[in-house]
Write a protein that binds this ligand. Structure first.
Ligand code: DHB
Length: 313
């Protein structure tokens, strides 16, 4: 019998990925060691921790907690500052695509970071994070007017492939309006979704919250958010220009989960909570599971089913 080769490579608006599976920003991608491990792993790309102009310590600990079906965090953007990430990449010999995640504390800071990132040959693409839920400032991803003036300024100088990390939306209207706006710009991709903001998890033994910052409130990730993440991917796939790729993120644990995201229209996926839980070897496991899943389904590549989710009847 001839064995059909199963190909899990993909591309983000032309950026080639040897595997469609990568880390989510924030998950084991802050330090030199963590990033080196990601480059050495079988992930299809490396995404860096969202960075700011200056290094930040982040919020007080404990600031991350996980339970069987989820995680909650209020990290407060601990990162080594954009210069660290650009210097690290400058020294790195690699062919793996690198997505530099930027999360300035203001529009001015984001413009500064974007300009700086534009000078680096080593940055494949920028993932602009407009959805960090743990800062006092309003999430820009929820303000269409501000985003449009911001994008106008960005595209006056930007030459790098640009993607936007979006918060979860719970109304179709929000997704339609955001899509109509993004469709007017030469955006390469969107990443859906960031964590669900303002969750809380309670330790009943001690009658306490489990993380210290913000009285215990934080962004929720992990398998409990998957239905919302899939819905956001599906709706954006419906309303975005077809050349804008979607990276799906939220609650991926298995190869089957990856299949679901691609069926909804994602071109690639990111792993957050489960990467933190399981460590870097997760990329080998997911690659194997996803390949086996496709084999059972008799699919040999992502393109044969991407976006082809059917309605019930
Ligand atoms: C942090 C959390 C996020 O969900 C995000 O997108 C960026 C930063 C944080 O708290 O560090």
């Amino acid at each position: 019998m001839i064995m059909k080769k199963i190909d899990i490579s993909s591309h983000i608006n032309g950026i080639q990925l040897s595997s469609c599976i990568m880390n989510a920003s924030g998950a084991l991608c802050t330090t030199d060691q963590e990033l080196s491990n990601l480059f050495d792993s079988s992930s299809g790309a490396v995404v860096t921790k969202s960075c700011t102009k200056n290094p930040r310590e982040g919020n007080v600990k404990p600031r991350y907690f996980e339970w069987n079906v989820g995680s909650i965090n209020s990290m407060g953007l601990p990162n080594l500052g954009i210069d660290f990430y650009l210097n690290f990449l400058e020294k790195k010999k690699t062919k793996k695509p690198v997505f530099l995640s930027l999360s300035g504390l203001s529009i001015e800071e984001n413009l500064f970071l974007m300009k700086k990132a534009n000078f680096s040959q080593k940055v494949t693409a920028i993932e602009l994070n407009l959805s960090c839920p743990n800062l006092r400032e309003e999430v820009l991803g929820n303000d269409l007017y501000k985003i449009s003036t911001f994008l106008e300024s960005i595209f006056e100088f930007n030459k790098k492939p640009l993607g936007i990390k979006l918060p979860p939306y719970f109304k179709e209207e929000c997704i339609i309006n955001m899509s109509l706006l993004l469709n007017q710009y030469p955006i390469f991709f969107v990443t859906c979704i960031n964590s669900l903001p303002n969750g809380i998890f309670i330790d009943t033994d001690n009658e306490k919250t489990v993380i210290q910052p913000k009285n215990g409130f934080g962004g929720v990730g992990g398998s409990i958010i998957k239905p919302f993440a899939l819905a956001n991917v599906r709706k954006f796939y419906t309303y975005l220009r077809k050349d804008i790729s979607i990276i799906g993120c939220g609650g991926i644990y298995s190869g089957k989960d990856i299949f679901e995201y691609i069926l909804c229209g994602a071109s690639a996926v990111q792993i957050g909570t489960q990467l933190i839980k399981e460590g870097i070897s997760i990329f080998d496991r997911l690659k194997k599971e996803f390949t086996l899943f496709l084999k059972k389904k008799n699919y040999s590549s992502i393109n044969s089913f991407k976006g082809k989710l059917k309605n019930f009847q």
